[in-house]
Write a protein that binds this ligand. Structure first.
Ligand code: ATP
Ligand code: MG
Length: 228
């Protein structure tokens, strides 16, 4: 399955934030989306999921044009997200978050074991009272075990200590090798560089650079766009 956005435009009220963005990801690859604060990364994730309507352009998932599909229908078709804000159901317990993601008992245990120091023994705690980093780990774990074909992740390492960034990296590369396709919005360039097959750089709502990880000058080209 492939997720393909073509000429995507979306914004807030009359203010456009994406100006014709085209990105794609296949199962079995990780595509990193990088760019400075406010360039439209989160807007792109929301438009891919259908939380924000596309004012122009299209989103295709597998053989379907899903541009007008609501988020729930996209999720049923195999697309999942980890959002930058409000990544978990904060009023529910950790256990109920796991259940609500459709995970059976063994998958629930797997998620807790993905980040054992942070999540094991926390299942009766209200998810909103986990720390920011712990909420991100719970959301990433749920999304990784929910059986999606394509996952879009908006800064999943925000608030994670280095050892947990490394753990998430391991889980992501394993999931990619098992056939998951990932669009990864990531400020943590070392992680993006170690995982991604392709890079897309956004600036002011537009793709200003893109390339494959094995191009010799790719890291310099990315860095040029990220320096202030
Ligand atoms: N709810 C909103 N209402 C109005 N404007 C918004 C809203 N959310 C974002 N914007 C604007 O859209 C633009 C893109 O924001 P977006 O959140 O997509 O950036 P980002 O690349 O994810 O930034 P960050 O790295 O800080 O997460 C910014 O100019 C921002 O001010
Ligand atoms: Mg953002």
């Amino acid at each position: 399955m492939r997720l393909q956005a073509t000429g995507l435009e979306a914004g807030y009220g009359a203010v456009p934030a994406l100006h014709g963005v085209s990105v794609s990801v296949e199962q079995g690859e990780i595509v990193a989306i990088v760019g400075r604060n406010g360039v439209g990364k989160t807007t792109l994730i929301k438009a891919l999921m259908g939380l924000l309507p596309a004012t122009s352009g299209s989103v295709r998932l597998g053989g379907n044009d899903v541009t007008r599909w609501p988020p729930s229908r996209r999720v049923r078709a195999g697309l999942r997200a980890v959002y930058q804000e409000r990544a978990v159901f904060s009023e529910l317990t950790v256990r109920d978050n796991l259940r609500l993601n459709g995970l059976d008992a063994s998958a629930q245990a797997d998620v807790l074991e993905m980040f054992p120091d942070s999540l094991i023994g926390r299942d009766q705690q209200r998810a909103g009272t986990l720390s920011g980093g712990e909420q991100k780990m719970l959301a990433s774990g749920c999304a990784l075990r929910a059986g999606a074909s394509i996952l879009v992740m908006d800064e999943p390492t925000e608030g994670l200590q280095p050892s947990n960034v490394d753990l998430l990296g391991k889980h992501l590369s394993q999931a990619r090798d098992d056939g998951l396709g990932v669009i990864l919005v990531e400020q943590h360039l070392a992680l993006a560089t170690s995982l991604a097959t392709r890079f897309v750089v956004l600036e002011k709502g537009e793709v200003v650079a893109s390339g494959h990880a094995d191009e010799p000058d790719i890291h310099e080209r990315i860095a040029t766009h990220l320096v202030i």
